[in-house]
Design a protein around this ligand. Structure first.
Ligand SMILES: C[S@@+](CC[C@H](N)C(=O)[O-])C[C@H]1O[C@@H](n2cnc3c(N)ncnc32)[C@H](O)[C@@H]1O
Length: 341
């Protein structure tokens, strides 16, 4: 079989080249032998830092996992096959499906197929109701696998333990959490209002040189997970989490912050006045909302008015689309610099 081989120290460079040129063989795995690595390839071609040879090696075959369509073929009608949920959320070892009503009778069959296909998944659930209420909780129904709604999710270098029904959590916001962490400058003091199971405080602590991060959350069960998570990630010296309503707790907090994150779309703006009392001059507030493009300007105007009412000058640095709520509605973050008066 044709193979490109190189010394182990060049392996990554050669691999990148082969992948970029679509030369890697889809059916076989690499072989490592006596300090060299052999990549099975599909075509003879000059490869920088490697030699191309026709080897007698027996390359191990890649294990092929059946696709979800292959696993369900013959069990669902052609019309039903088209409705199989494809946009999946994975939280730790739990897969969350959105099953359309038309597939209700086949939902367990579909969940079993997903379980069989994904070896890292222990439980498959379906969203029963969307996030609602003050605590933004959702109901899920276990369809297949282990009967547990608690899991540990790995993200941006941290572990987040949570129960899908007891605390809000969205795995899809991982990039946004990292974006905020990367904006944090050394020694910043950061407040996360509405901290939930503490994903924002943890990711910021792990991925920045913030001096300290406060989180405030009023759902006691979410707060318990947050405390567990701070210890689990050994971040106790820089992250402090408080249980209560920000309206009661925040006025009692003596310090002001360089940065305040407000991950409470839909009603977050009602708390902007409160945040403005606790932000340092030239600090930044991250305010989240669910909006269509047409609504961006209206909300920006509202933000400026709230700032004016609170005797603050502000500059909206950027509006970041950081998720999709529905086809035309985005999860949007307004990064707002609060200027010296
Ligand atoms: C959309 S969730 C975000 C949770 C977490 N930051 C995350 O990203 O996973 C909003 C959280 O705010 C909490 N919350 C709502 N109103 C609050 C208030 N007045 N004071 C403190 N927490 C509040 C809810 O219980 C919920 O956990």
């Amino acid at each position: 079989m044709l193979a490109a081989y190189t010394e182990l120290k060049n392996a990554q460079k050669v691999k990148n080249f082969l992948v970029a040129k679509k030369l890697t063989h889809p059916d076989y795995l690499v072989v490592k032998e006596l300090g060299y690595i052999y990549f099975p390839i599909v075509k003879k071609m000059k490869v920088p830092k490697a030699k191309v040879v026709n080897t007698k090696f027996k390359f191990p075959k890649k294990e092929k996992h059946a696709t979800i369509d292959e696993l369900l073929k013959g069990k669902l009608t052609a019309k039903e096959m088209k409705l199989i949920p494809r946009s999946l959320e994975v939280v730790g070892k739990i897969m969350v499906l959105e099953v359309p009503d038309e597939l209700k009778k086949k939902e367990k069959l579909i969940a079993q197929a997903y379980l069989k296909q994904n070896h890292n998944i222990e439980t498959v659930v379906k969203k029963d109701k969307i996030h609602s209420g003050e605590f933004r909780l959702r109901k899920v129904k276990i369809l297949a696998g282990k009967r547990s709604k608690e899991t540990i999710h790995f993200e941006n270098g941290v572990k987040i333990k949570l129960d899908l029904e007891k605390t809000y959590f969205s795995a899809r916001s991982a990039n946004e959490r990292l974006r905020i962490a990367r904006l944090v400058k050394p020694k910043e003091e950061v407040l996360v209002m509405f901290s939930g199971a503490a994903p924002f405080p943890l990711v910021i602590a792990k991925n920045s040189s913030a001096k300290l991060i406060y989180g405030i959350e009023m759902n006691s069960l979410a707060h318990q997970y947050a405390l567990t998570n701070v210890s689990l990630n050994r971040l106790d010296s820089r992250v402090a989490i408080f249980n209560g309503d920000v309206r009661d707790l925040l006025p009692k907090v003596r310090k002001k912050f360089d940065r305040i994150s407000m991950p409470l779309p839909k009603t977050g703006d009602q708390f902007l006045g409160l945040a403005l009392k606790k932000i340092k001059d030239n600090g930044v507030v991250h305010l989240y909302d669910f909006l269509s493009e047409a609504e961006f300007a209206v909300v920006a105007k509202n933000i400026r008015e709230i700032c004016k009412k609170n005797k603050k000058r502000c500059r909206i640095l950027r509006k970041v689309k950081c998720g999709q709520f529905s086809p035309s509605v985005y999860r949007v973050c307004f990064d707002i610099k609060i200027l010296r008066k």
